[in-house]
Design a protein around this ligand. Structure first.
Ligand code: M6R
Length: 606
């Protein structure tokens, strides 16, 4: 993971590098650094922790070079210390790197055997030494980098600057994304176009295996085989505006509150409101003939896929194979050629999801993706893209992206059911109406935020919290547990309520809060029975339902009553209490809500 940037500028670039890095913090934030070339000298500033530490370092010890590279890190090899922070350098070359060098051990042993003095635990430092070895053999920088790239195994993006060249930057992409930006007498590179948005909207994306030589005058790209290639230049729609928190204390709070609007916006992209029917954008995939669907995704996006499995199977009668992408990619699943494979990702850059997608491409699948970042790798490699219109999601804990993913998946399931003749126009209209009502129900829930604040004080004292749900809302329970653990660091697990008695019920005692997702649907009575089993063992119930609290049939620690909704849309509605519980618990506990420890927004390594 990590974010990289580079600028060949006409004035000192350190400040601009930091600005670009701020826009890449979603990729990692445990340390950061920049380096520039000035008067034939390579110099760098690095700092452990958030970017503000690097800014402070630069304020006291400025860099003045007009050519530089920068990095914000999510540690893979080596602890998140200043020593291990990028850029890494030797006398003659300096490098920033996103990704993992898989033959790290072999290369390290080889370099140490040849007398290299290594001062960090990183795989990146090895790259600087490999290039230096080539330079010392008399090769020019481009050849030195080309020879080095051939020795590296893994998925990565790298950028180099050189002590003796004040108009040269070399970059390469193998697996990890890299955008090149064109300015007025300046050139830029970054892990994505958003990082470059303040400087340029004219972007070219390197393709896998490409390496590029940048000067202020332009760009020369070669592919893996060393052939000169031209990559299309396009206008990026990435916004130059730095997203801010508005009136909210955290991005997560802002993003939770944006949901009525962004869900409505997303639905509007797929619904013909005048005729109460789904209208998908042009899809080169015939939904009527879909016999099987495979879904893969990670984390929250996977839980959205899990909800969709229930929708596709029950409503459209299409069997769905679903797995987390990190397992899916290695299971060597036999897939029938021509079937539909669906990938869900907010960032569109998650390495495991991308790899699962490429596996499916090799198995001759039709590839559709649901992504929030339109210019992402996953979007660009799909046959059909169904965008979520959530806008930039900055908080590491995914909120609005999840409900927008559910919105798109709900529409796709309805469209598939209709195309296959399983539901008629009346049923379609009923479900479309239910989706249309979701933003209004969400607004009502957000008006009662105080309920969650009060509850969070109790939850913050718990060591473990269980989440229970059934059917469509089993994935919502899983998502609730994930939200709580990732931002409050309280251990939480989601279970299918009916599964509790097969083991997890042994965990229940008076100290364990149990959050129950219990919409008054066809599973309600079953869930209530499970609640009573928990209550009988002293479990502290948080009962979330559109039924009144006394419907739980036992004493509950807290009851949260939600608006009555159509059963089809309950996952969209019940997601909000999950987010609010986690958010307020984390705020009360004083954790770093938007950038929780050990995480990154976009996981571009395996
Ligand atoms: O960008 P993606 O949707 O592919 O990311 C997938 C997961 O990394 C992500 O949902 C993660 O689980 C979130 N931090 C959960 O809040």
């Amino acid at each position: 993971m990590c974010g990289i940037v580079g600028i060949l500028g006409t004035e000192p670039v350190a400040g601009k590098l930091v600005d670009a890095l701020k826009r890449l913090e979603y990729r990692g934030y445990d340390s950061a650094g920049v380096a520039t070339v000035e008067n034939g000298t390579l110099d760098r500033r690095r700092a452990q922790g958030k970017l503000q530490n690097l800014e402070a370092r630069l304020a006291s010890e400025p860099l003045h070079g007009r050519l530089g590279i920068g990095h914000t890190r999510w540690a893979t090899h080596g602890a998140p210390t200043e020593t291990n922070a990028h850029p890494h350098m030797t006398d003659g070359v300096c490098v920033v790197h996103n990704g993992i060098i898989e033959n790290f051990k072999e290369l390290r042993a080889e370099l140490l055997g040849q007398g290299a003095v290594l001062s960090t635990d990183t795989d990146t430092e090895l790259i600087a030494h490999l290039v230096t070895r080539e330079l010392n053999q008399g090769h020019d920088p481009a050849i030195a980098v080309q020879h080095t790239l051939r020795q590296l195994e893994g998925a990565f993006a790298v950028a180099f600057i050189f002590r003796d060249h004040d108009n040269l930057m070399i970059a390469a992409r193998q697996g990890s994304p890299l955008a090149i930006g064109f300015g007025d007498g300046e050139m830029y590179l970054g892990s994505d176009a958003i990082a470059l948005a303040p400087f340029t909207d004219t972007i070219s994306y390197l393709e896998d295996g490409d390496w590029a030589v940048l000067t202020r005058e332009g760009l020369a790209v070669r592919n893996r085989d060393g052939e000169s290639v031209v990559r299309p230049i396009q206008k990026s729609v990435a916004s130059a505006l730095m997203v801010d928190k508005g009136n909210h204390r955290h991005f997560m709070a802002k993003e939770i509150h944006e949901q009525p609007e962004v869900v409505a916006h997303t639905l509007a992209n797929y619904i013909d409101f005048a005729n109460s029917r789904i209208l998908l954008p042009d899809m080169p995939i015939d939904l009527a003939s879909v016999k099987r669907i495979s879904i893969s995704a990670c984390g929250t996006a996977y839980y959205a896929g899990l909800v969709a499995k229930y929708w596709f199977e029950r409503l459209a009668r299409v069997p769905v194979e679903i797995d987390v992408a990190s397992e899916f990619r290695y299971r060597e699943i036999p897939l029938e050629p021509g079937s539909l494979s669906l990938f869900i990702s907010q960032s569109g850059e998650t390495a495991d999801t991308l790899a699962a997608m490429r596996y499916c491409r090799g198995e001759d699948q039709r590839i559709a993706s649901i992504v929030n970042v339109r210019e992402s790798s996953i979007a660009r490699e799909s046959d059909a893209v169904l965008p979520t219109l959530a806008g930039p999601e900055i908080g590491v804990a995914s909120t609005k992206a999840f409900t927008c993913q559910l919105s798109v998946l709900g529409c796709l399931a309805i469209a598939t059911a209709r195309a296959r003749g399983i539901i008629d126009a009346r049923k379609e209209a009923e479900l479309v109406t239910a989706l249309t009502e979701v933003p209004r129900h969400m607004s009502a829930i957000l008006r009662d935020e105080g309920d969650y604040e009060a509850l969070s004080h109790t939850l913050s004292k718990a060591r473990d919290v269980l989440y229970l749900g059934r059917g469509l809302n089993y994935p919502v329970a899983l998502e609730g547990a994930l939200k709580l653990k990732e931002i409050s660091y309280i251990h939480a697990e989601g279970y299918a309520a009916g599964e509790l008695k097969h083991g997890p019920i042994a965990l229940i005692d008076e100290s364990v809060p149990v959050v129950v997702v219990a919409p008054n649907d066809e599973m309600f009575e079953k869930v209530v029975s499970n609640v009573q089993e928990v209550a009988a063992r002293g479990g502290q119930i948080v009962f979330i339902s559109d039924a009144a609290e006394d419907a739980a049939g036992c004493d509950v620690m807290a009851g949260i009553q939600l608006p009555e909704t159509h059963p089809f849309t309950t996952p969209l509605i019940y997601a909000l209490p999950m987010q609010l519980i986690a958010y307020h618990t984390a705020v009360f506990m004083g954790t770093d809500v938007d950038q929780p420890r050990n995480l990154a927004k976009s996981v571009t390594v395996e």
